[in-house]
Design a protein around this ligand. Structure first.
Ligand code: GLV
Ligand code: MN
Ligand code: MN
Length: 413
């Protein structure tokens, strides 16, 4: 079967979706169930309909687009990714795995392929943590990794909960219907840009993911005492920002002293109240992202940060709340699926490397449901989560060809 990918059409769709943004193009920002996220979802659903796929949505807004197979009783083979985008993002993260999957399906249809198993695309809700501080909301619920109590307790920075945002997103049904039964799918394969520099530096076409690093997130609220910046003398100040600044440095220290080069720590959210130049900061909110390929070193660093928070806040007489939003395990990808994907890519004459994903993905949680792996393509200098993120049409085309061939191989058996 000759699979021919229309890379010009796919690039046009990537470019068009990038224009649906809360920011000024080329910056892409699409936060969960914002107006632009809803328009982006409508754009993608329309492409799915045009490709003849059967659509359904679950109670948290995960979108399922199915190409029914000849044998409806067999578990489907699934692909998918996300289209939500963090503030100041580029146009490829997640999108390549969604629009690329639609192109893979169209290419298989055009090649006359008749799937025995159904072939399904999932567009996951809120892979990015921007709204609630926790990433992979949709796939966590699909994988049964997030309890309904924890989901109900999620709040955004304005105190709005998931129930509110589900209503904004037009989600129907109860959250307890989202969890998928184990082994309801034959396999899950996600196409994604690498978001790291290795494939480009080594001039390799395709990465096949064997393991996904273990992420964790802390959310802190620090309360000090505000006042007039001129009239409040330095002695005895209880400045919440200064405590936060010390904590951010403690995160850096914890992440750089585990002995593992794979530990990474980032204080990516730091909001200050009242945010006036002539007022002592009375309250700050921090969100801290800490990851490692090994749980042991990640957890050691996490404990070190929590101890530092207590010490800093006590010394500075700052009240604090600290919450572990998520502390996840790494995902080990399915060895057989990894081998199949690698063999398929080699058969297409692409250079291939097995690799670890340092970024997290919905695959981290789909691995709880069924055999899972990921197909990575190179991206410029490893840039991601920034507007100059870039993969070329021919790099994307190779990824789509591998995805299509793997999906076809599994759907045919
Ligand atoms: C996903 O976007 C991540 O932060 O790894
Ligand atoms: Mn991302
Ligand atoms: Mn992504």
């Amino acid at each position: 079967m000759k699979i021919s990918v229309n890379k010009t059409r796919l690039q046009k769709e990537i470019d068009d979706l990038a224009l649906i943004t809360e920011a000024v193009p080329p910056v892409v920002t699409r936060v969960l169930f914002s107006e632009s996220d809803l328009r982006g979802r409508a754009f993608v659903k329309n492409l799915c309909r045009e490709a003849g796929l059967v659509l359904r949505e679950d109670a948290v807004g995960n979108i399922f687009a199915r190409w029914p197979g000849a044998d409806k009783k067999l578990p489907a083979v699934v692909t998918g990714s996300h289209i939500d985008a963090i503030p100041n993002a580029g146009k490829y993260d997640g999108v390549v795995g969604v629009l690329g999957a639609i192109e893979a399906i169209r290419a298989l249809q055009a090649a006359g392929f008749i799937p025995k198993r159904s072939l399904e695309l999932i567009i996951f809700t809120s892979e990015e943590p921007t709204r609630f501080g926790i990433g992979c909301l949709g796939s966590r619920l699909l994988g049964g990794v997030l309890s309904l109590e924890r989901a109900a307790a999620l709040r955004d920075r304005d105190g709005k909960d998931l129930q509110f945002w589900r209503a904004q997103g037009g989600c129907q049904g109860a959250l307890d219907s989202v969890k998928l039964p184990k082994d309801c799918y034959a396999a899950f394969v996600e196409l994604h840009i690498e978001q790291g520099p290795i494939l480009e530096a080594e001039n390799i076409d395709i990465g096949v993911v064997e393991k996904i690093a273990a992420p964790s997130t802390l959310r802190l609220e620090l309360t000090g005492v505000g006042g007039h910046a001129g009239a409040t003398l330095m002695l005895g100040r209880r400045d919440a920002l200064l405590a936060g600044a010390e904590i951010a440095l403690a995160v850096e220290k914890a992440a750089t002293t585990t002995g593992s080069p794979d530990t990474v720590g980032t204080t990516g959210v730091f909001r200050v109240e009242p945010g006036a130049v002539n007022s002592v900061p009375c309250r700050v909110w921090l969100e801290i992202d800490l990851r490692d390929t090994l749980v042991k070193t990640r957890d050691a660093a996490l404990g070190q940060i929590e101890t530092a928070v207590k010490e800093i806040c006590t010394r500075r007489k700052i009240e604090f709340t600290m919450e572990r939003l998520n502390v996840d395990s790494p995902a080990i990808c399915d060895a057989q699926l990894v081998a199949t994907t690698e063999a398929v890519a080699k058969k297409l004459n692409f250079s291939v490397k097995r690799m670890i994903s340092r970024a997290y993905h919905d695959s981290l949680f789909m691995a709880q449901v069924c055999p899972t792996t990921m197909v990575f393509i190179p991206c410029l200098k490893g840039y991601s989560h920034r507007p100059d993120e870039f993969s070329s049409p021919s790099q994307i085309e190779k990824g789509v060809r591998v995805l299509a061939a793997v999906l076809a191989k599994i759907a045919a058996s």
